[in-house]
Design a protein around this ligand. Structure first.
Ligand code: KIV
Length: 290
C-alpha cells in the first residue's frame, strides 16, 4: 500500500518531518521504496542530472513519462510525483489537465508537481478538481531561469517576501497537497510554513519546513564539479564509481578478470570432438542447400 495524500498531510499536524528525494530510474526507485521514503519525485531535474542539458527547459512530456513509468515500476509504497515540464501547463487549463492526466493514467504516478504560485492557482484548482493531487513549487522555479536571471535565493525584499507568502496561500487555497519552497530564506520559509495548512517541503529553505527534498545525484555525490550550497553529500559515489571502473578496466586489460569463478563449464568431450573435426566448417542445412 502506498503512502496516501491524507497521510502526507497528517504528518504536518503530527509534527513529523517528511523526507522526499528525486529518482529517475527503476533501480534507484527500488532502494528509496525499500527504505520507506514517503515521497519520490521524478523531477524535471532529469534534464540536468540524467540527460545532460544545461537547464530543465528542454525536458519534454515524453521524457518525463518514460522515466516516471520506470520509477513507478520500482516502487510499491512511496507516493510518486511526476514533475510537469516547461510549457505543458501554461498554454491553457485544458492542456494542463490533459498533461497531468498522462502522468496518472499512462505513467502510473499518484500526483503531479508544477511551478508557480498565485498565477497558477486556477490551473492547480482545475487539476485537483478532477482528482489529481498537485504539489506546488515556489521560490526559485528553474523553468523560469531566463526571467529570474540565475539560480539565486528568492524573496529577500519585503515585496518579494510578501509575494511568496501570497503564492503559498493561493496554492493552499487552490487545493495543493504540499508546496516545495526552493531557495527561500529560512525565516521566510518558517513564516510560510506556519501560515499554510499543507506541508512545505524545502530545498535550500532552512530547517523549519515540514519536509526536505534533495536531488539524489547531489546527496549521493555523483557530480563533483558543482555542488549546490543547499546540498549535503551523504556519499561520494562518483569516487566509488571511478575507482570500480578503473579496477575493472585494469583487470580486463591484464587478464585478471574473468576467472573460473565467473565462467561456466561443459562436457569437455564435446570440445574435444569439435576440435578434432576442425578444418571442416560446420554448415547448417539451409546454407548447404544454397
Ligand atoms: O526537478 C526537481 O528535481 C525539483 C526539486 C528540486 C524540487 O523540482
Amino acid at each position: 500500500m502506498r503512502f496516501t495524500i491524507a497521510q502526507i498531510k497528517e504528518k504536518k499536524q503530527k509534527g513529523e518531518k517528511i523526507a522526499m528525494l528525486t529518482a529517475y530510474d527503476y533501480g534507484t526507485a527500488r532502494i528509496l521504496d525499500e527504505l520507506g521514503v514517503p515521497l519520490v519525485l521524478v523531477g524535471d531535474s532529469l534534464g540536468n542530472v540524467v540527460l545532460g542539458y544545461e537547464s530543465t527547459i528542454p525536458v519534454t512530456m515524453n521524457d518525463m513519462i518514460h522515466h516516471t513509468k520506470a520509477v513507478v515500476r520500482g516502487t510499491s509504497t512511496s507516493l510518486v510525483i511526476g514533475d510537469m515540464p516547461f510549457m505543458t501547463y501554461h498554454t491553457s487549463i485544458s492542456d494542463a489537465m490533459r498533461n497531468a492526466a498522462r502522468f496518472i493514467q499512462e505513467a502510473g504516478a499518484q500526483a503531479v508537481k508544477l511551478e508557480g504560485g498565485e498565477r497558477m492557482a486556477e490551473t492547480v484548482r482545475a487539476i485537483v478538481d478532477v482528482g489529481i493531487p498537485v504539489m506546488g513549487h515556489i521560490g526559485l522555479t528553474p523553468q523560469s531561469i531566463n526571467q529570474l536571471g540565475g539560480y539565486k535565493v528568492q524573496g529577500k525584499s519585503s515585496t518579494a517576501a510578501a509575494q511568496l507568502l501570497n503564492d503559498a496561500q493561493a496554492l493552499d487555497e487552490a487545493g495543493a497537497f504540499a508546496i516545495v519552497l526552493e531557495l527561500v530564506p529560512a525565516p521566510l520559509a518558517r513564516l510560510i510554513t506556519e501560515k499554510v495548512s499543507v506541508p512545505t517541503i524545502g530545498i535550500g529553505a532552512g530547517p523549519h519546513c515540514d519536509g526536505q527534498v534533495q536531488v539524489i545525484h547531489d546527496m549521493l555525490g555523483l557530480y563533483s564539479d558543482f555542488v549546490p550550497k543547499h546540498a549535503k553529500q551523504y556519499a561520494r559515489l562518483r569516487e566509488t564509481i571511478r575507482s570500480a571502473v578503473a579496477d575493472y578496466v585494469n583487470e580486463v586489460t591484464t587478464g585478471a578478470f574473468p576467472t573460473e569463478k565467473h565462467s561456466s563449464t561443459m562436457d569437455e568431450s564435446i570440445i574435444a570432438e569439435l576440435s578434432a573435426s576442425s578444418g571442416r566448417r560446420h554448415t547448417s542445412s539451409r546454407s548447404r542447400a544454397r
